[in-house]
Design a binder for this molecule. Sequence first.
Ligand SMILES: Cc1ncc(COP(=O)(O)O)c(C=O)c1O
Length: 311
Amino acid sequence: MKQADLIWMNGELVPWEDAKVHVLTHALHYGTGVFEGVRAYETPKGTAIFRHADHIDRLWKSAEMYCMEIPYSKEEIRQATHETIARNGLRSCYIRPLVFRGAGPMGLFPLDCPVDVTIAVWEWGSYLGDEGKANGVRAKVSSWRRISSESLIPSAKATGQYLNSVLAKIESHKAGYEEGILLDQRGFVCEGTGENLFVVKGGRIATPGYTSDILGGINRLAAIEIARDLGYEVAERDIARGELYLADEIFMTGTAAELTPIREIDDMPVGDGRPGEITRRVQAEFENALHGRSERYASWLDVVQVPQPAT
Ligand SMILES: Cc1ncc(COP(=O)(O)O)c(C=O)c1O
């Protein structure tokens, strides 16, 4: 992670060091924030944000689910993101929009606290490493279960909900693995700590659906569409834990991790322990889409408009 110069905070670009909040910020105490993880890539048409509209829509949905009204329009947030990237002079970056309950009355009732909005950007390489993207990572099924719809809203990308992923991430890291896989409350496969999961067996692809309390990943949708366009069958269905051990190939998708193969699960090699052919084909097409090398998926890219200097 490389520090940038400016962060957008409630309508203004402020120096990175000055983007601060009060200790009585409601979200610090109770996790009352929603956010997005987005990426922009250098493409032949200039810097472009991958599936930007989908990320903004999900941010709005997450905010709605926690009764937060965002005090800007979607277009204003889109423009602010363009401006933040351009003013930081970045060609490719990770983008973190955050909407949170700010400093106001303490106590669990949040609706009298202000809704603050920030957009930070920074240069960030692949989350699970270039080596992981090329050769696959080692993952472990976590002892922690994914949060369920009985107590939270798994389809919302809310800050407080991430304590679940944090516990699983710490556990897998301490045990010497690159990623943890969470099962849902019923014991079916759900997802990684920050990625959706795909299992390949006998040439067919399967991925858990919303009934497994997944976060509806935007890269998951992209991978499903690409795989189908390549002629593969993709089923959204319950996946038993044992299917992970029987799989020919497993891969994960997420904005941070992009498309990363899993080469070993619970110390057992996946297939022959190397990313398989289907993973490689979907990954190659996915990378083409991210970097603007694919005409077919060109509409997924929001090219950053560089603001003209005032005359
Ligand atoms: C828990 C969780 N699941 C899945 C994903 C993948 O979502 P996306 O592809 O939209 O980044 C993420 C990342 O945002 C995540 O945090």
